[in-house]
Design a protein. Structure first.
Length: 255
C-alpha cells in the first residue's frame, strides 16, 4: 500500500485558525496563500492556492500566507500496544483509555488536541492501535477503496478439526453472511484469509465492520477468547513493544 502523508491545504489553514471550513474560499480570495515545494532549485517557485484540493506535505513543503511563512508542526504518528480493558477514546468513566498511556512530551505537542485513533479496537481486544494528528492520513487508511489489510492473531474457545479448518478457509476466502449484532448491521464479508498455526489463528481482512473478526467466528459457531491486532496496512506491532508501551514513528518506519 502506498501511504500518502500529504493533506489538503484547507485542513492546515483551518487548524492554524485562519479560517473555518465554510469560509475557506472567501479567505483565499482575500489573501495570498502560496505553497513552496521542496526541490533542488536555488529559487523554487511558489504555487498559488486556488483550491482546497491542493495537497501539502508539512514535512517537506512550506506554506506562506500574505508572504509570511506559516510554522507547520510535524504530525504525530504513534503506535501503542493496547492492553485488554482499555478503550480507544479520550475519556471514559469506567476504563483506562489509550491516551492515558501517552507521556507528557506527546501531550504537550502543539497538535495534541488533533491526535486521534485511526482504527479502533474494542476493550476486550489488544494489540496495535495507531494514533495520528493527520486526519487525511487516517481517513485514507479507512477508505474501502484502499483495501487496507489488517492482521490479527486469534484464539478460539473450541478447537478446530482439520476438516473444519478447510471449511473455515473456504468461508473466509469466498465471504459469507454475518448476522447483526448490537450496533453492527448484518453484512456479507469480503474475501479474507485465515491461517492455522498450532493454537493460534492468523486472520487477514481488508474491511473494518463493527466487531468483525469476533462476529465472523461467531457466525461459524465458535467464540473468540483472545484477539490481538498485529498490523494495519503494513504498520507493524514490534514484538519488543510491551503492552501499554508506545512508540513514535518516523517516515522511514513505514513500509
Amino acid at each position: 500500500m502506498n501511504l500518502n502523508f500529504s493533506e489538503p491545504v484547507d485542513h492546515i489553514l483551518v487548524r492554524a485558525g485562519f479560517c473555518s471550513d465554510r469560509s475557506f474560499k472567501t479567505f483565499i480570495r482575500k489573501h495570498k496563500v502560496e505553497i513552496c515545494r521542496q526541490n533542488n532549485s536555488e529559487n523554487p517557485e511558489k504555487e498559488n492556492v486556488v483550491s482546497r484540493k491542493i495537497l501539502v506535505d508539512n514535512d517537506f513543503d512550506s506554506v506562506f500566507v500574505d508572504g509570511k511563512l506559516l510554522e507547520l508542526p510535524e504530525h504525530l504518528y504513534i503506535i501503542l500496544n493496547k492492553p485488554v480493558d482499555v478503550v480507544c477514546s479520550r475519556v471514559s468513566d469506567s476504563h483506562k483509555t489509550v491516551f492515558d498511556f501517552l507521556p507528557d512530551p506527546i501531550k504537550n505537542h502543539p497538535l495534541y488536541e488533533h491526535l486521534h485513533v485511526a482504527g479502533r479496537l474494542d476493550s476486550d481486544s489488544r494489540g496495535l492501535v495507531f494514533l495520528t494528528t493527520n486526519g487525511y492520513f487516517s481517513a485514507s487508511l479507512a477508505r474501502p477503496e484502499t483495501h487496507v489489510e489488517k492482521i490479527y492473531e486469534v484464539r478460539l474457545w473450541d478447537s478446530v478439526s482439520l476438516e473444519m479448518q478447510m471449511e473455515y478457509k473456504k468461508k473466509f476466502e469466498e465471504g459469507f453472511e454475518i448476522p447483526p449484532e448490537k450496533k453492527g448491521e448484518a453484512f456479507f464479508s469480503k474475501p479474507a484469509k485465515i491461517f492455522f498455526e498450532d493454537s493460534k489463528i492468523i486472520v487477514k481482512i481488508s474491511e473494518g465492520k463493527f466487531h468483525q473478526v469476533r462476529r465472523m467466528f461467531s457466525a461459524l459457531g465458535n467464540q473468540v477468547t483472545d484477539l490481538k491486532r498485529v498490523s494495519i496496512g503494513g504498520i507493524l506491532l514490534p514484538e519488543s513493544l510491551l503492552e501499554g508501551e508506545m512508540k513514535v514513528l518516523r517516515r522511514e518506519d513505514f513500509v
